[in-house]
Every structure is written in structure tokens, then in C-alpha cells.
Design a protein around this ligand. Structure first.
Ligand SMILES: Nc1ncnc2c1ncn2[C@@H]1O[C@H](COP(=O)(O)OP(=O)(O)OP(=O)(O)O)[C@@H](O)[C@H]1O
Ligand SMILES: [Mg+2]
Length: 248
């Protein structure tokens, strides 16, 4: 997948415009995990929404093989599994019901849905709660459910916005292990996070996104060396302006 000069300007009223994503370029190959690392308001969710065709870029594009988000929305959507915390699951239904529902929406046969359920329930250790109403699930259980639903159609590209937010270390590890395994199976994985340790452990390469722009990009070793830093946290702070200077 190639993200090329992606820019998104939000128009909020006649005078106020927010350039949430500013000329972002990166690529992520099959088998690789790319992380967009940035503080609150950096533009991570906006960038990932553009990649997933839920938002139209102001300029720039995203390419998946021969397809691009401007002309081939449907084809790209079919190939991407998108997870975001903004997606609220209806509390009345059970994970198992929703898996079937979203499977059918993706035009999967009953047999395909059942096979996929089996794999995802096992990988994410969901068996215990698949028949419980969403409203009765814990945060981690809900997150696993959202992950399973976003991947019901077995997409080749996985785009996850803050997949470990709000999770304890055990569930967080289960999710990152799962993503690692997906990459090893040849999937293209793009995640956003503001969690340094998740980025360090999970991502093969990452881009540091601050105020909509990529400040640096590469593998951990490269980025540390280039910034003469011992940790990602040092690199991160080096790019963030002191409080008060952020006028967005
Ligand atoms: N629908 C919208 N309309 C106008 N401005 C928006 C909209 N959504 C986001 N923004 C602005 O765009 C910028 C980037 O927001 P975004 O949600 O992409 O950041 P983020 O990196 O995902 O932050 P967080 O870590 O808090 O989730 C912010 O300045 C935000 O106020
Ligand atoms: Mg966000």
C-alpha cells in the first residue's frame, strides 16, 4: 500500500480550516507492520480514515495495487479491515450475531462465515463471550469483538486506529501478538498509536506524525541513530513544541 502526499483539510465554518494531515507519504508492504506514532490531535485518525475511504482526501492519494482511493473506493474497501474507537457496536447484539451480520454484508457465504468465526474466535480467545450481549462485555472483550468484525472478510490490508487503547497488558499483548501473526501471514498492517512501547515492540517501521506532518520515518534503530536518542520517547519529545505554542 502506498500513501502519496496525503493531505486533509477540514472546513469548519467559513473562516476556520484545520489542516489535519499535511503531505503525508509512506508505504507498507505485505508482511510488514507500519506505525503512525503521534500525540493527540496529530492527525492519525484522519489519515487512517482517508486510507480506509471513509474520508475523501483534500489532495494526494492512497494506492493498493492497481487501485486508488479516489477512483476505486469499493475495491479498496473490500481489501481493507478498518478498526477505530469511533465505531460503536450496538449493545443489544452478541459478538456472534454481529460476526454473521457483517459477514453477510461482505457477501460471504454461511460456510465462509462459520470458518472465519472459528479462526478469529480461537486466535483472539473469544469463545467465552461470543453469545453475551455487547452491553455486558468488558472493554477488552468489546475491542476483541470490534477487531474480529473488522476482519471478518479476511482483508489483505489491516488498518487499526489505536488498537490497544484502554486495554490491560494481557489483552494488549494478545492484540499485538495477533497483529504480528497477521503480518507473518503476509498481511499489510498499518496501526496508529501514541504508545511508545507498543510502537517499539510491534512496528517494523514507523512514521512520527506531529501536527499532520511526518517528522521522521524508518525502523527503530535508524530513527534513534538519526536523532541521537536512546529511546523513542526522547525522539518524540524532541518533535513536540512546548505547551502553549500549539495553535491548532
Ligand atoms: N470532523 C472534524 N472536523 C474538523 N476538525 C477535525 C475533525 N476531526 C478531526 N479534526 C481536527 O483534526 C486534527 C487531527 O485530529 P485527529 O482526530 O486526526 O487526530 P489523532 O492523531 O487521531 O488524535 P488522538 O490521538 O486524540 O486520537 C485535530 O486538530 C482535530 O481537531
Ligand atoms: Mg485518533
Amino acid at each position: 500500500m502506498r500513501v502519496e502526499h496525503l493531505t486533509k483539510v477540514y472546513d469548519s465554518g467559513s473562516r476556520s480550516q484545520v489542516k489535519a494531515v499535511d503531505d503525508v507519504t509512506f508505504h507498507c508492504e505485505p508482511g510488514e507492520i507500519f506505525g503512525l506514532l503521534g500525540p493527540n490531535g496529530a492527525g492519525k485518525t484522519t489519515a487512517l480514515r482517508c486510507i480506509s475511504t471513509l474520508l475523501k482526501p483534500t489532495s494526494g492519494t492512497v494506492r493498493v495495487g492497481e487501485f486508488n482511493v479516489l477512483e476505486h473506493e469499493k475495491e479498496i474497501r473490500a481489501r481493507i479491515g478498518f478498526l477505530t474507537s469511533e465505531m460503536k457496536l450496538d449493545g443489544f447484539f452478541t459478538p456472534d450475531y454481529l460476526m454473521g451480520y457483517f459477514g453477510r454484508l461482505n457477501r460471504m457465504s454461511r460456510k465462509e462465515i462459520e470458518a472465519r468465526k472459528e479462526i478469529l474466535y480461537d486466535e483472539l480467545r473469544m469463545e467465552e463471550f461470543i453469545h453475551r450481549k455487547i452491553e455486558k462485555l468488558s472493554t477488552g472483550m468489546k475491542q476483541k469483538t470490534a477487531i474480529a468484525i473488522s476482519l471478518v472478510h479476511d482483508p489483505e490490508i489491516i488498518v487499526f486506529d489505536e488498537p490497544t487503547n484502554g486495554l490491560d497488558v494481557i489483552t494488549s499483548r494478545a492484540v499485538t501478538d495477533f497483529l504480528g501473526k497477521q503480518a507473518r501471514q503476509g498481511k499489510t498492517v498499518v496501526v496508529s498509536t501514541h504508545n511508545m512501547s507498543v510502537a517499539e515492540k510491534l512496528c517494523d517501521r514507523f512514521g512520527i506524525l506531529v501536527r499532520g506532518s511526518i517528522m521522521d520515518m524508518g525502523a527503530l534503530e535508524e530513527v534513534l541513530k538519526r536523532n541521537s536518542a536512546d529511546s523513542l520517547e526522547d525522539v518524540f519529545f524532541g518533535y513536540i513544541l512546548p505547551a502553549g505554542e500549539d495553535d491548532r
